[in-house]
Design a protein around this ligand. Sequence first.
Ligand code: FES
Ligand code: FES
Length: 178
Amino acid sequence: MPSRSIRLNGTTVQADYESAGSGSSQSSEQLLDWLRNRQSQRGPRFGCGLAQCGACTVLLDGAVTRSCVRQMHTVADGAEIRTLDGLADGRRQHPLQRAFVELQAAQCGFCVNGMVMGSLGWLEGRIAAGNTAVPTEQETKDFLSGAAPDNTRNYLCRCGTHTRIVAAVRAAAKEMTG
Ligand code: FES
Ligand code: FES
């Protein structure tokens, strides 16, 4: 069984994974399955399995990644992965987590992993690029729908709580950029 050394939420873990074939015909376990089944990560979720909904989102070397379609053999040795499970700083929740709770942005909660981790990658990317303005309501809607120039992926909420999700993302952005 092939193996990689991966930094998962700040801890180095040995990543054993199922793989078959070699070269261009190689295929292997999806990153989402590896995270949930081998690393007990419960944040990323299986929604569509087709990179269409965002429920499985994690950050891979800082990049927003849909883990349901990312095969383990394509994850580099030494890669850094962040999941919702590791987002809080000890008992202190991340601003995004607090905002989602305080503004009751979730109904069933299934989409929340993607909403939070996708927003995290988006907001951190803006801040790293020197944009410390709180995103406008329209910018946030464009981000969630995949229409923003710096994000072409959409995030689905089957319960239709997008209005509160937009408010939560903007409230967290205010704290992250303040
Ligand atoms: S489960 Fe990965 S994008 Fe839907
Ligand atoms: S809160 Fe149910 S899918 Fe978003």
